[in-house]
Design a protein around this ligand. Structure first.
Ligand SMILES: [Zn+2]
Length: 330
């Protein structure tokens, strides 16, 4: 099977102003035509919607949760996994929605009061060798900025580590400030959040050899379960990248689900080890959030990534302007 790349590489730079005008036009069109509401009725009434955040501010997330609460029923990944395993899809509420957060950013702790207020139980996917340390999220370092995050995603894993270390931000050593939650903070949120695995160190799994890949997937679960004292049965692919090898290793490691960032809804006959999800930009307006949940921006990003011929450069530029999340995580 062809490797599956979740987050298409960023294309040529785009004019921010043109991008925002395009966004407004698309948002207006989606509202005017009722396309978003129609999609919700046709796809999201029974299909599970999963949204992916990284490090949103409490103020932005509050607006988003208020918007979701009027349209969806919050549910958990465990409930979705059980419905898939038993076939009792009717046990899920109508318009089921699962909120997820990737990486374990330290500011996620500020979101706990919102989880209580809106009565949702999100899944936070943790990197077991980054949380509880001052090791950096490598794509947020100065070294990654200088080398280029997209370039680093495309080199073999040992080379990525070497390049980052040589540029002054060794991903395996503590940085000046911690970027991740501490184990204490994680433990304090177990009453409002579930925890899943996001590998040990957040490599691009497709760039790892078999052994490293198996360790990143399998040991992450063991380390998280030891630290948390509870089962950890859900996985999310870093950068949304996977191939058949990763899915097999996830199955072998005993996970119940694995979440991609392929846009779409999850039905009773979906694959629990390839759950679809909508990436949401951390700082997006509610207007644009409603557009992101139609799947159009993610579809345009894929289309842009596929557009390689010179004749398609304009289309790529346009769709990039509309679809590129401003604060894309990895
Ligand atoms: Zn991540």
């Amino acid at each position: 099977m062809k490797p599956h790349r979740g987050r298409p590489p960023g294309g040529p730079g785009f004019d921010e102003k043109e991008g925002s005008t395009m966004k407004q036009a698309i948002a207006g069109l989606v509202r005017w035509t009722g396309f978003g509401a129609m999609q919700r009725f046709l796809k999201a009434r029974r299909g599970v919607t999963i949204v992916v955040y990284h490090d949103p501010s409490p103020e932005t997330l509050r607006e988003h949760l208020r918007w979701y609460a009027r349209r969806y029923s919050f549910t958990t990944l465990d409930a979705v996994a059980t419905a898939m395993e038993t076939g009792r899809w009717e046990d899920l509420p109508p318009y089921p929605l699962v909120v997820t957060f990737d990486d374990g950013h330290r500011n996620n702790t500020a979101l706990a009061p919102l989880f209580r207020e809106f009565e949702l139980r999100p899944t936070i996917y943790l990197c077991s060798q980054v949380v509880g340390t001052a090791r950096p999220y490598w794509w947020k370092t100065d070294a990654a900025g200088a080398i280029g995050v997209e370039r680093l995603k495309q080199v073999p894993d040992p080379e990525r580590r070497r390049l980052l270390a040589e540029a002054g931000n060794d991903p395996d050593r503590d940085g000046a400030d911690r970027q991740a939650m501490t184990w204490d903070e994680i433990a304090r949120m177990t009453d409002v959040a579930d925890y899943g695995a996001h590998t040990r160190t957040h490599p691009i799994l497709l760039q790892c050899d078999d052994r490293r890949c198996a360790e990143e997937i399998g040991l992450c679960r063991i380390e998280l379960e030891e630290a948390l004292g509870q089962p950890c049965r859900h996985f999310a692919f870093p950068n949304g990248d996977f191939s058949e090898r990763e899915v097999e290793q996830i199955r072998h490691a005993g996970y119940r689900t694995a979440r991609t960032i392929d846009p779409g809804w999850n039905d009773a006959d979906g694959d629990p080890l390839r759950l679809k999800a909508f990436p949401v930009s951390d700082d997006v307006s509610v207007d644009w959030l409603s557009v992101q949940l139609t799947g159009i921006p993610a579809w345009l990003r894929k289309r842009k990534a596929a557009a390689t011929g010179p004749g398609e450069a304009d289309a790529a530029q346009w769709s990039g302007a509309m679809a590129k999340p401003k604060s894309a995580g990895v």
